[in-house]
Structure formats: structure tokens, C-alpha cells
Design a protein. Structure first.
Length: 113
């Protein structure tokens, strides 16, 4: 399982978002994922090699069939970012900062009851 630190790594999340926005990473839910021990491929999310002691996820980019290799945790971060982007695309009436706005309002307003 990915560590909590990988999922909370703001720099990794930002890097993944930038790569999605630049078209270097697709927005997709893979239909097939091969997993195994790392083979030395470089992770497309963090640019670090995936060693033989780490789990490597490998899948095909739907756009051109190219191979995408991820660390387990990096794959999870990429999928979370894909889901967020798809949710925003599906709800165009929601302002982009609405998630942060609701958190700020909740934090400063006591709950009902």
C-alpha cells in the first residue's frame, strides 16, 4: 500500500497535475494494469527508478499505446488527480475553489445542532 506520506506529498501531486495539464500524462481509468516487482523503469510521475524491492504498475496510454510505469503510490496519486479533474469537468457550475471554500466555511462556522 502507498504510504500516507506519498498520498499527502503536495509536490508529487503538483507534478502529476502539471504533467496532466501539459499532456505528458493522460486522464484515464486504465482497463488493464500489470503489476510486479520493479524492473528499473523510471516512474512517469516522479522520475525516479522503480527498484526491484518496489511495486511497479505498468499500463498502456490509451492515446498512443505507449507504456506508462508508476510506483504504486505514484499511481494512486495520478488516479486521484484524474478523478478530481473528471469531477470538475462533470460539474462545470462548481467554482474551481469550491472545495477549499467549503472547508474554510466549515472550519470557521460551528456545525448546526
Amino acid at each position: 500500500m502507498p504510504t500516507e506520506s506519498q498520498l499527502r506529498n503536495a509536490l508529487l501531486r503538483l507534478r502529476v497535475r502539471k504533467r496532466i495539464n501539459a499532456g505528458r500524462l493522460p486522464v484515464m481509468v486504465p482497463t488493464r494494469i500489470d503489476a510486479g516487482y520493479g524492473s528499473g523503469h523510471v516512474c512517469v510521475a516522479c522520475d525516479q527508478p522503480i527498484t526491484s524491492t518496489q511495486v511497479e504498475y505498468e499500463l498502456a496510454d490509451y492515446r498512443d499505446g505507449s507504456q506508462l510505469c508508476f510506483h504504486l503510490g505514484c499511481h494512486v496519486v495520478w488516479q486521484v488527480e484524474c478523478s478530481r479533474l473528471e469531477a470538475r469537468r462533470s460539474a462545470p457550475d462548481v467554482p474551481p475553489d469550491s472545495e477549499n471554500l467549503s472547508k474554510r466555511c466549515w472550519r470557521h462556522s460551528p456545525p448546526y445542532g
